[in-house]
Ligand binder design. Structure first.
Ligand code: GSH
Length: 214
């Protein structure tokens, strides 16, 4: 099994399925295709026609897209419990993952990650987000706070126990840290910040960070 990834320092989409496969204890080989280079497209095209990483090569198939790979893992590792066991929490977790996968455009664009803006490292100096990014951040605060209040009693993750939702929100936590956006200034009572710290101190994320070179 091979997981094709972009640079660990800034390939936010690659981090998600990597965290999911790690959580499953999957035995996989990593293949890094360096991004932002003249030969990047060619390097990715060797693995997928989608033009994007991550890609999982497994059982003679190619599975592209971080969500599709995570859903493959759910099917292949049913005992791991990649979604919350409570049905209401599970419905919300899936909706949140889909929202993270398809929305938050301002946050992604203005909070882009790249060679000069790595996912790894300490909190950046505090900066003021634009109105559009502030709206995305308020939505995250609301989403995380609701999930933690309703379903977070069993652990520090979004829905208590670790789930695919945590894999999907780890990159955004790293963006917030890098850009030094204060959530308190946007109404966070400390819940969202504590959740960010939880995500960024997970052993699997620390292993990813240790493997990142910018
Ligand atoms: N929907 C895709 C998006 C993947 C994506 O945008 N990947 C970026 C890297 S983080 C990419 O491959 N960009 C191509 C490039 O930089 O040339 C997923 O979730 O896997």
């Amino acid at each position: 099994m091979r997981l094709i990834l972009g640079d660990k320092a800034y390939s936010t989409w690659s981090l998600r399925p990597w965290l999911v496969l790690k959580r499953c204890g999957a035995d996989f080989e990593e293949v890094i295709v360096p991004l932002n280079r003249p030969d990047t497209a060619e390097g990715i095209a060797r693995h997928t026609g989608s033009g994007k990483v991550p890609v999982l090569e497994v059982e003679g198939e190619t599975i592209w897209d971080s969500l599709a790979i995570s859903l493959w893992a759910e099917e292949r590792y049913p005992r791991v419990g990649l979604w919350p066991s409570d049905s209401h929490a599970r419905w919300m977790a899936r909706a949140a993952v889909c929202e993270m996968h398809s929305a938050f455009a301002a946050l992604r664009t203005e909070g882009g990650m790249g060679p000069d803006h790595p996912m790894v490292g300490d909190w950046g100096a505090e900066t003021r987000p634009s109105a559009a990014v502030a709206a995305d951040l308020r939505r995250l605060i609301d989403l995380w706070s609701q999930a933690r209040a309703r379903f977070g009693a069993s652990g520090p993750h979004m829905f208590g126990e670790w789930s695919i939702a945590d894999a999907f929100f780890t990159p955004v936590a790293a963006r917030i840290r890098h850009y030094g956006w204060s959530l308190e200034a946007l109404g966070d009572d400390g819940t969202a910040l504590a959740y960010i710290e939880t995500l960024l101190s997970q052993p699997d994320f620390l292993e990813w960070e240790a493997g990142a070179t910018s």
